[in-house]
Design a protein around this ligand. Structure first.
Ligand SMILES: *Cc1c(COP(=O)(O)O)cnc(C)c1O
Length: 344
């Protein structure tokens, strides 16, 4: 890996970050807080939250098997996706490489940050090779984006190739495992100790059922996490979110139950789709959704909308012509979808 200092933008490397009252004093024993210009009334929300979310990270550390100093928490994965651009990519000069099709936010954040976004098309099985991806890089490539299981295709990417990318690329490799809880494949999160250039993303929005509280995670070396912390907004994860996440973390077995039920429903729904006259192909999935090639995605999408059923029309995405992306819902919801499609 290129030394971190050479990968980071010089202004970020030398940045003196904002130091909040809660940063300067973080001891536990104090009783009287007259340092942050807060209102003393209206407890418990009158105080600024912990800027580094220490208690929450302790619990996440236990469940994810990642040390606390290798965890960043953000306002959704969105923040964990945006910050690497701001830390590593000089606008107008540096570039990033990503697979295509994949999650749209990597491209949007590149555009917002005026960073060139290079794509490498997946093959017919929605797979890639490390060699193809690395061939698209040059000396200005700072980041490689991978998503496994991938959105919108649903499949896990070939693990040997993922490892090759991390081992051979001299810059930062970001692997989004937002759907890792649903996957049968060994997670790259388990490899963090081996690779100082690896960032793995997770979220509370999918298996944890907490999309509304906006909480995303990045796992990486302590040095990379320190850079995230330097650039983030001081109080980027609010107190209500921290509390709600801690509440959920008290009962992680609930999540396991949801995942099990959703996997059973996924396979039932996929099998039923394969038998539908309007469905031409069901693509393999390691996530809580799957991609299906239909006879006429646009017309079927509109038909479903008319019946109050919303799926995601991906027909205009490269390699996804006539494809709908179906999120696995409750049994009753899935049955409504199937009934509607059977009478199309
Ligand atoms: C849904 C999703 C996320 C989650 O984003 P949040 O901002 O955490 O809600 C992240 N990555 C991928 C690939 C997703 O599909």
């Amino acid at each position: 890996m290129t030394p971190l200092q050479q990968l980071v933008r010089p202004n970020i490397w030398s940045l003196a970050p904002y130091s909040s009252a809660r940063d300067e004093y973080s001891g536990k024993e104090a009783r009287v807080f007259l340092d942050a210009n807060e209102n003393p009334y209206n407890s418990p929300y009158n105080r600024y939250p912990d800027p580094l979310q220490r208690e929450l990270k302790q619990q996440i550390s236990r469940i994810k098997g990642v040390p606390e100093n290798m965890i960043f928490l953000g306002n959704g994965s969105d923040e964990a996706i945006d910050l690497p651009y701001r830390v590593f990519c000089e606008p107008g000069i540096d570039n990033v490489v990503a697979i295509e099709p994949t999650y749209g936010m990597y491209h949007v954040c590149a555009d917002i940050n005026n960073v060139e976004y290079r794509t490498v098309l997946l093959d017919d099985h929605y797979q890639f090779t490390a060699a193809q991806l690395l061939a698209a890089t040059d000396k200005h490539t700072k980041l490689i984006w991978l998503c496994s299981p991938n959105n919108p295709t649903g499949n896990s990417l070939n693990r040997e190739e993922l490892i090759k990318v991390v081992e051979r690329f001299q810059g930062i490799v970001i692997i989004d495992e937002a759907y890792g809880d649903f996957s049968s494949q060994k997670l790259m999160r388990a490899e963090l100790g081996k690779y100082p250039n690896l960032i793995v993303l997770n979220t509370f929005s999918k298996a944890w059922g907490l999309a509304a509280i906006r909480l995303g995670m990045a796992f990486a070396s302590p040095d990379i996490i320190a850079l995230y912390n330097k650039v983030k907004y001081p109080y980027n994860v609010n107190e209500l979110t921290q509390k709600q996440a801690l509440e959920a973390l008290r009962d992680p077995f609930e999540v396991d139950k949801w995942v099990k039920m959703l996997l059973v429903e996924r396979s039932r729904l996929m099998q039923a789709f394969a038998l539908l006259p309007v469905c031409q192909q069901v693509f393999p999935s390691d996530a809580n959704f799957f991609l299906a090639r239909m006879t006429d995605a646009q017309r079927i999408y509109d038909y479903l909308v008319d019946r109050g059923i919303i799926v995601r029309n991906r027909t205009r995405v490269q390699l996804c012509g006539n494809c709908l992306r179906i999120t696995v819902g409750m049994k009753g919801e899935n049955n409504e979808l199937l009934a509607a499609l059977r009478s199309y």
